[in-house]
Structure formats: C-alpha cells, structure tokens
Ligand binder design. Structure first.
Ligand code: GLY
Ligand code: MN
Ligand code: MN
Length: 429
C-alpha cells in the first residue's frame, strides 16, 4: 500500500458498532474481494472490498473475518484468516502481512492462516443460531458474477441448512454512512491531494494540449502524494465532450475558446474524494461561459446550504431543481410560461441538468447508504449541479464534498479554487 498506516482504532470501533447490532448467538463472516481476471494469466490491480476494509483495515486478497461475539470459546469471538506467505509468494508477489502486522493493522488479536478456516468454522458454527452474510445490496448493483461472500453463502446453506441466515448489509448501510473523525481525516486527505492536482493542471493547461496529457499530470500528482490512484475513471472533457456525462476517452485536443469539464479525484487509504471543476482552455471564460459557470456556482452554494441533518433525499433534490429552474430561466434556456405549465413529474430543468445533485461519499465513491433515511450528522455528501448545453457545445459542472456536523456543514473542498476570477488568476499567474 502506498498510504501511511491507518490508526486501527477506526476498525476496532467499526467492529464494535457492527457486533452491537447482531442478534444474539450470531456469527458474521466477511471476505475480501476476488482478484479479478484481466487477461491470460493477469489480474486487475487488487481492490479491497469496502466492508471488509471498514471492519479490518486489512488491504490484502484472500482474507476472511469471522465475528462471533457470543462464542463460548472466547478465542474465536473475533478472528482474522490470512493467506500464508511462503518463499515462492515472497519472490513473485512480494510482501504479505505477517500475523503481527495484521494484528497491528486491524486490532484483532486472533489470526490464523486461511487453510484453517473450514475446520475452525465447523467447530464453532453449531453453537450459533444465526449466520450473517455480507451480500452486495447497493441498489445500483446487480451481480452477474457470484462474488466470494455469495459463494460462501451457497456452500454454507447446503452444509448448514437449518441455521438462520441474516443480512450484514442492513447494518452496514446504517453504519458506514456516518463517518468517524478518522474517516473524515482520510477523506480530507484525498481532497487535499485532489486540490494539489487541480492547481497543478491549472498552471499547465493551454490550447493544443490533449486531454490525456492533462490526465497524466493529475496521475503524477496523485501518486507522488501516496494516493492509490484515481477514485474513479477521470473525466477530462473539453468542449462538447462534456455533454457525455461519463466521458472518459480523454483523447481529444483542447481547443482555444472551449472550456474543459473535469471530474477527477484521488483515493487515499481506500477513502475517496469526488470533485468537478470547469475551466477555460485559454485561461479566460467567455461572457456566456462565465454566466453559465456562475449560475452553476450559485446553485451549488444554495444546494450546499440545504445539506443539513434531517433533510429528506427527494425533497432536497426537488428544492435544488427549483433553484436550477430559476437559473435556467435567467440564462434564457427555459422560459417562465413553459415552466408554469410543466408536468411536475417531468420538470423541464432535467433537459439541462439530468443527474442527481448529491450522493453519499466514502469507501465507495457512490457510498452505500439508504436513499430514504434523512441526512445525519457525520454524512459526507457531494454537491454537484451542472448545466449541459449540447447546442452551445459546452457544459459546466462544479462538485464539492460536504460533511454534516452538529454545527452546520463543512465544505471539505473549501480550499479548492472555485470562483471564476480565482481560476483565471491562477491560470494566468
Ligand atoms: N465522479 C462520479 C460522480 O460525480 O458521481
Ligand atoms: Mn464527480
Ligand atoms: Mn459525484
């Protein structure tokens, strides 16, 4: 891992909160992610399962966590199983956790090698009534390939058919959405690295550069600062490319007079930032670009004020829609009479702003959370309005990451240049 060690208090606290929500006499089992095949004998760069990391801090493949707080043998209340290294693995793959290192990273005292998992589980499972399995319940996800936790469920269900099976995801959905101080610090670090990469590219951009040259600058800054890499595929969309919402080709030349929509951010210690900015290729916005930019910025500022504990997801989005509608009228993109007659189920603003304003952010960029639970203290949400105008060949999106606290919200990206004048000043400085 490139990141510095994370205080294991985070993972100890997360396990404590998790087990406090289990029914009595329950075992919970969690796996690390699969290593996904890439081609031939290659695998994709390993990415830890976010729930597994949340509960262990262990960032290694083929690891298992077993929690059994009511286990009659106290040795097995909390057990981590790890891949045992050997000379071959050390030569070909490099370092793997020793038991001592795993204890230090996770705060878990009992560590076994993986080949002991089946035997140990069998000796204790019949003293449990419930078995909690961690299925991926993200409401935007449907699996086509069965993952480790699902495969475990299939095999346990046939071996132990009369236990009750329960869903860990219901508990994790409530817990993960409320960030602890260490998580906020890690997210803030990801935001700071993102800020430095943004300032670096502001000084680099000029007409004639290819989008991928800008992407390379960003990647350089990320890695230099111990980020694992990009939190998601970066969007470097100049001109009309910005009207493709998930544009990631990044292979066009940035033209004089265009604006570039950036959506890029760093991942640090598995925590993600998520930022968007829109900047002029030649260092000066045109009057129209600036007007649209300032409209989006006003919407972002107004929407940020609505990110408060107790706000309801749908009401919040409807409210932002109204603010955006006024701005679109001001820009001449919508007219008042049409808006007065619009179908409230299909508001006209969606033609120019077709995505949501916010999502939760954390170990997943679109973090695991309920859409129906009011916002709470400790939530981190993005705020990312945009105006997309294909007929004018450009789009503007601005996105910051907002933490809700007891004393109002804190913009974790408040130190990332966002005013049009400030961006121009840095580009021309
Ligand atoms: N970068 C992904 C998003 O803004 O949701
Ligand atoms: Mn984004
Ligand atoms: Mn986002």
């Amino acid at each position: 891992m490139k990141y510095l060690p994370v205080n294991n208090e985070l993972f100890t606290l997360n396990r404590k909160n998790f087990v406090s929500r289990l029914k009595s006499c329950s075992i919970a089992i969690f796996h690390s992610n699969d290593e996904f095949p890439r081609n031939g004998d290659q695998t994709f760069l390993f990415k830890q399962n976010p729930d597994f990391f949340y509960l262990t801090g262990i960032d290694q493949e083929q690891s298992i966590l077993l929690l059994f707080p009511d286990c009659p043998n106290s040795l097995y209340k909390e057990v981590l199983f790890l891949r045992q290294t050997n000379e071959q693995i050390a030569i070909w793959e490099g370092h793997k956790y020793t038991k001592e290192e795993a204890r230090k990273s996770s705060g878990i005292k009992t560590i076994y090698w993986l080949n002991e998992f089946d035997i140990i589980l069998h000796t204790i499972i019949n003293y449990a009534e419930n078995i909690y399995i961690n299925t991926n319940e993200n409401d935007r996800y449907s699996h086509t390939v069965p993952y480790r936790d699902l495969r475990l469920f299939e095999s346990l269900r046939s071996k132990y058919p009369l236990h009750h099976y329960e869903r860990s995801a219901l508990i994790l959905r409530d817990l993960r959405v409320v960030k602890s101080p260490i998580e906020v610090k890690l997210t803030k670090k990801a935001c700071e690295i993102t800020r430095d990469a943004f300032i670096r590219v502001l000084k680099f951009i000029k007409p004639g550069l290819a989008e991928y040259e800008i992407e390379a600058e960003i990647t350089h800054e990320f890695l230099k600062q111990r980020a694992t890499g990009h939190a998601y595929s970066p969007i470097i969309a100049s001109g009309n490319n910005a009207n493709v919402l998930h544009y990631t080709d990044n292979n066009q030349v940035c033209k004089d007079g265009d604006v570039i929509l950036f959506d890029f951010a760093a991942e640090y210690a598995n925590y993600n930032a998520d930022m968007s900015r829109t900047v002029p290729v030649n260092g000066r916005y045109t009057k129209r670009q600036r007007d649209v930019y300032n409209a989006v910025l006003r919407v972002m500022r107004a929407a940020t004020k609505l990110i408060v504990a107790g706000a309801i997801w749908n009401d919040y989005h409807d409210e932002v829609g109204k603010i955006m509608t006024e701005e679109l009228i001001g820009l001449g993109l919508l007219n008042k009479q049409d808006v007065a007659k619009q179908d409230p189920k299909m508001p006209l603003y969606k033609k120019y702003f077709m995505h949501g304003t916010s999502h939760h952010l954390g170990l997943d960029v679109h973090d695991f959370a309920s859409r129906y639970k009011p916002f709470e203290v400790g939530n981190i949400l993005t705020c990312e309005p945009g105006i997309y105008i294909p007929e004018e060949g450009f789009a503007v999106r601005i996105e910051n990451d907002i933490l809700i606290t007891n004393d109002g919200n804190i913009d974790l990206m408040a130190d990332i240049p966002v005013e049009a004048d400030h961006i121009e000043e840095i580009m021309n400085g």
